[in-house]
Design a protein around this ligand. Structure first.
Ligand SMILES: NC(=O)c1ccc[n+]([C@@H]2O[C@H](COP(=O)([O-])OP(=O)(O)OC[C@H]3O[C@@H](n4cnc5c(N)ncnc54)[C@H](O)[C@@H]3O)[C@@H](O)[C@H]2O)c1
Length: 265
């Protein structure tokens, strides 16, 4: 897909990766960029900079996604690209207990990291099937392909987001609908800064602008996987090539991280 003259929605577009994508889409000639976020003030400020539209939206609420798409269509016509980018990362409250997250945390993560993607597709698919085109770009994470040491909710919901995107892609390929998943490791955003130092930082923390550049390349190439950190592909191969060895390696990495966090005497 070439972004020029396209109508694009970016959820979580008020900050971080979403903001960088929105700015890049506008700079590269999109017809319109709609910034959807629960942080309306910040969404309005980004939209003002790029001549876009800000819409208040909690992506975990289906009616908000429906309202977002209706507003964007009324303002600019049919949507070409929907970027389900908003995401949250709750750490395990007890790093020595993978089951320590509350049900509320599981439900919050499920709503934002998974159901939001499904709500967008449910709202857009009928139009897109009729038009024979449309593009879903879902921001997931390398954690959805590998795992996230220190966050069971993030690992599981990001895996589910990959499962959803695969299913969406294979069911709608023959309708002309494209799907990509954006799966970075560490990116310098509020989300990363709020969490503890983790394995996602070991291969280098990218800027959100560098990730937006990978997105542009991935959209042009229309590949399912967009990997701003290319080594993730090797880690996936290691995982599928020998699962037990991979789990052993991850457990070793976890031990090293836990040791580095232990209070120094
Ligand atoms: N930063 C990283 O290291 C990293 C790595 C891999 C994947 N990701 C993914 O990238 C995506 C963007 O994260 P980011 O790093 O830019 O974080 P960020 O915190 O800078 O931005 C996230 C944005 O999403 C918005 N948001 C959160 N919950 C929302 C909701 N319920 N409804 C609407 N908006 C909501 C926030 O207000 C914020 O503007 C997420 O899906 C995240 O999981 C981030």
């Amino acid at each position: 897909m070439h972004i020029k003259d396209k109508v694009v929605i970016v959820t979580g577009g008020a900050n971080g990766i979403g903001e960088a994508m929105a700015r890049r889409f506008a700079a590269d000639g999109a017809k319109a960029v709609v910034i959807a976020d629960r942080d309306l003030a910040r969404a309005q400020s980004v939209a003002a900079d790029i001549g876009g539209l800000a819409v208040a939206c909690d992506v975990s609420v289906e009616a908000d996604i429906q309202n977002l798409i209706a507003k964007a269509k009324a303002a600019y016509g049919p949507i070409d690209l929907f970027c389900s980018n908003a995401g949250i990362a709750d750490g395990d409250p007890d790093p020595n207990n993978a089951a320590s997250s509350s049900n509320a945390s599981w439900e919050r993560s499920w709503g934002v990291n998974v159901m939001a993607h499904i709500y967008a597709a449910r709202a857009l698919l009928p139009d897109w099937i009729a038009r024979g085109e449309g593009y879903f770009l879902n921001t997931v994470s390398a954690a959805g392909l590998l795992s996230q040491i220190g966050s069971a909710t993030y690992s599981v919901t990001k895996h589910a987001a990959i499962g959803w995107a695969e299913n969406l892609a294979l069911n709608h390929k023959d309708h002309g609908i494209k799907v990509s998943v954006l799966c970075p490791q560490g990116v310098d955003t509020n989300l990363l800064r709020a969490g503890p130092e983790g394995p996602q930082n070991l291969d280098g923390v990218l800027t959100a602008e560098a990730v937006a550049e990978s997105v542009m390349q991935g959209l042009e190439a229309e590949t399912f996987l967009i990997l701003p950190h290319p080594m993730v592909l090797n880690y996936m191969r290691n995982k599928t090539g020998d699962y037990d060895r991979w789990i052993g390696g991850m457990a070793k990495l976890r031990r090293a991280i836990m040791a580095s966090r232990a209070p120094k005497p």
